[in-house]
Write a protein that binds this ligand. Structure first.
Ligand SMILES: [Zn+2]
Length: 356
């Protein structure tokens, strides 16, 4: 077997297990190991994972929290007002290379609940926007926001009829969910879909597992674990020119995942039970209880909100909450001093801009 990044025969490798997880998981994650190339630092899951199982998992269980949030937000009479420091920092970086204006066409692969698009809108940037998103609850949210959404996981075949179309393609915390066997083809298809001179923005965890042994990066359900040099190699061999490649965020050496896991273990957060509807999924009992608690909390909050709307009317409620939201929001100095704006070595996220 050859390494998908440095193309060396995988003879020098370490084999690691996934960390215990506080969410639900596919049983296959207990059977798989992560093979880490000693030459370039990339980590690759040791088995093929069935696409349908994975998609079922993302829709039914992985999105559990997102689902509850989405549902409660749909019921909520007011729009969320929070400032997303991560998206703002990403846009700030991208904007130094490409001016995101009305004329630009952007594709986001794995848009989640639309945080990036939301941040663009708040900054008065209105490019044409298209997304691929496999999670049903997230899809509903994106459609509510008026974003054109292709409701599926992106596959390399999807680049057909989309060649040379986009000025910018975004993958923020998405590529690590792709299986190692599809990574090169996916990056190739992104290259095809970009206009000449277009940019690919990619952010993934800085998961050099040989180097950061206690940073907690052996995360379920990630399938590929990137080091700085392996991402660099993959982009270059698929004909990209690197414009920017650095790590940002908190420092990996300062994390102590082992202590956190021990603490979670004491709290009984790793109790699993077979999903009665799907033998391939292990449900975390603690997580289910947590979701139930969250849902109750949101439903209480929404009941109060609806009562207020009934008494003083929607328009006035919105106005008041808009003002309250602005007061409660992070200030510009809090945003600018957040970890997402700190570019330094050995930090937790790899951020990259590559040009076609
Ligand atoms: Zn390698």
């Amino acid at each position: 077997m050859k390494c998908i990044a440095c193309d060396q025969e995988l003879q020098n490798y370490s084999e690691l297990k996934f960390s215990e997880t506080s969410i639900h998981k596919l049983t296959i994650f207990d059977e798989m190991t992560i093979i880490c190339c000693q030459d370039c630092g990339i980590g690759l899951v040791s088995k093929e994972v069935d696409k349908d199982d994975l998609s079922e998992y993302y829709n039914s269980t992985y999105g559990g929290l997102a689902k509850k949030y989405a549902l409660s937000d749909i019921d909520s009479p007011i729009e969320s007002n929070t400032i997303d420091s991560r998206s703002i920092s990403q846009i700030t970086l991208i904007n130094t290379f490409i001016n995101i204006d009305k004329s630009k066409k952007i594709l986001e692969i794995g848009a989640g609940k639309g945080d990036f698009y939301n941040a663009l809108r708040k900054l008065n940037l209105n490019p044409t926007y298209v997304t691929f998103e496999p999670q049903k609850e997230a899809q509903e949210r994106l459609k509510d926001m008026g974003i054109e959404t292709i409701s599926k996981s992106f596959t390399p075949e999807d680049c057909e009829n989309r060649e040379n179309q986009y000025d910018l393609i975004i993958m923020s915390h998405t590529l690590e969910h792709f299986h190692p066997s599809t990574i090169n083809k996916t990056v190739q298809s992104i290259h095809k879909m970009l206009k000449p001179g277009g940019y690919f923005f990619c952010e993934v965890p800085n998961a050099d597992l040989n180097k950061y042994t206690n940073a907690g990066e052996r995360v379920v359900p990630h399938l590929t674990f990137f080091s700085l040099s392996s991402l660099d190699l993959i982009l270059k061999k698929n004909n990209f020119r690197i414009s920017f490649l650095k790590t940002c965020g908190n420092l990996q050496y300062e994390k102590d995942a082992k202590s956190i896991i021990e603490c979670y273990e004491k709290k009984g957060m790793f109790a699993f039970e077979e999903d009665p509807n799907n033998k391939k999924i292990l449900r975390n009992i603690y997580y289910d209880k947590f979701l139930e608690y969250q849902a109750k909390r949101f439903s209480r909050k929404n009941k109060i909100l609806r009562l207020i709307v009934k008494i003083i009317g929607k328009r006035v409620t919105l106005k008041i909450f808009n003002i309250l939201g602005k007061i409660r929001n992070a200030t510009y100095d809090e945003v600018l001093s957040s970890e997402f704006f700190q570019y330094r070595e050995d930090a937790e996220f790899i951020r990259c801009l590559a040009r076609k």
